[in-house]
Structure formats: C-alpha cells, structure tokens
Write a protein that binds this ligand. Sequence first.
Ligand SMILES: Nc1ncnc2c1ncn2[C@@H]1O[C@H](COP(=O)(O)OP(=O)(O)OP(=O)(O)O)[C@@H](O)[C@H]1O
Ligand SMILES: [Mg+2]
Length: 259
Amino acid sequence: MAYLEITNACVHFPVRNTWGTTGEVVRAVDGVSLSVEKGRILGLVGESGCGKSTLTRAIMQLQPLTAGCITLNGENLTALSVAQVRRRRLEFQMVFQDPYASLNPRFSIFSTLLEALTRRAPLPRSEREAAVAELMQRVGLSPEHMYKYPHEFSGGQRQRIAIARAIAPRPALLLADEPVSALDVSIQSQILNLLCALTREMNLTMIFISHDLSVVHYMADDIAVMRRGKIVEYGTADDVFHRPQAEYTQTLLAAIPKL
Ligand SMILES: Nc1ncnc2c1ncn2[C@@H]1O[C@H](COP(=O)(O)OP(=O)(O)OP(=O)(O)O)[C@@H](O)[C@H]1O
Ligand SMILES: [Mg+2]
C-alpha cells in the first residue's frame, strides 16, 4: 500500500436556496482514487472550481468525505476521532495561496514560528531564539528580521515564513495549494526551488496544486489532472506533459503561452 492512499473519495455539497436544500448536489470531488509514494511530489492540476482545494481539505480532515476513504501510512484517517486527528495534523501541514491571509498580522515572525516549533514539545527559553533563527535560515530568510511583523515583508518572504511555519512541526506530508499563484513571476521559481529542496532534505511527501500545468511539470514527479471532481489523467510528470492521453490535458497544454 502506498504512503497516501485515496480510494473513491467523494465530497458532495447540497445546493441551497432561500427555502433550504433543493435536493441537488455539487459534486466537488467525485470518485477520486490516487496514491502517493513516500518522498514523491504529486502535482494536482485543473481549472478553477474542479475540486482541487476541496480534495486537499478532505486529505487534511478539514472536510468530511461523503464517501470513500483516505489512508496515511496504512491508517484510515477518516475513522479517527477529532482528538486523534488533531495529533495527526502535525504530520500533515499546508501552505496556502495567500501568505498574507494565512499569517497572523499581530504576531511577530518569532512568535509565529516559535508557536509552530513548540507544537510537538516545549523548548527551553534559552534555545528559542536559536531554533527560530535556524528555521528562518532553512527557508532563506535572514534571522535578524525575526522580531518583525508580516506586513514588513514582501510577498515572497511572507510565503517563506508560511513554509517555515509548515515545516516546523517536522511533517511527513506537505499540501501546497497554489503556493505561488499570488506571487510575482520573478519570485515564483525561487519559492518552487525552495519547496523542491525542502522536500528532498526532509524526505517529505508533497501534493502540489496549481492550475498551471507548466509549473506542475517543473515541480512534480507524477501528475494528476482533475476536471469536474474527477481525475481524467494520471502518470509520470514527463508522460503527462509530453505525451498527454486525455483530450482535456491537451487543452490545458495548448493554453500554456509559448515564448
Ligand atoms: N463549502 C462549500 N459549499 C458548497 N459548494 C462548495 C463548497 N466548497 C466548494 N464548493 C464548490 O465545489 C467546487 C470545487 O471547489 P474547489 O474550491 O475545490 O475548486 P478548486 O479546484 O480549488 O478551484 P480554484 O482553482 O478556483 O481554487 C466548486 O464548484 C465550488 O463552488
Ligand atoms: Mg482552490
């Protein structure tokens, strides 16, 4: 069994109107089966609204499944209690699209990262600054800025802080939902390279989400193409990018601007 195994996962939302539910459903995730081996990067690509974020939230156990099951390391996550999920969540962390919205503006970087570093176990006062400094260096930030606040950083630096916070509890699985979509093109590749390097250094397994097939090809070992809640193509990154089988993948490829 693979490290992460998603079997026939469905998330259906009831459609509501002013008078309650209409009996219809939005099939945001509709029978998705995927497996990811330890240490690999799976790229999940598809147009807006195809269900990428909903699937990610389901893996994080932030969104219950309507049907199906998700196992991590052989353990059925969907059968865990709330308290068990809270403890497991240290093992799977997320990086979001908008680093400004995901960081608390009232906390200095030191406070934010210290909180993340001490989620597993407390740190003695004398070791805190050094631990935060080391973490900042790991993601390419200068430790001299540790007492600054999120608004004092650029978008790219803020995303580095969000990545530092995600890796602080030493997770095994990292879910990155459009982590570079809100950044300048010139900054995007730096953040992608950082994520790649960390994945290797920490032997992380990663699901990398994007609507941009060329970004996913750059990052991922394997690619799954999603459309309207279903996986329409799955294979190694090179196969999907250079020899796409599904007509929809060919449309996505044709949409990439050529220089
Ligand atoms: N809580 C919810 N209640 C009802 N419908 C929802 C809910 N969350 C998502 N949806 C619907 O499910 C579908 C999939 O949404 P989702 O956010 O997963 O797409 P996405 O692929 O992440 O899109 P994007 O690229 O824009 O982020 C959409 O039609 C969305 O409107
Ligand atoms: Mg989304």
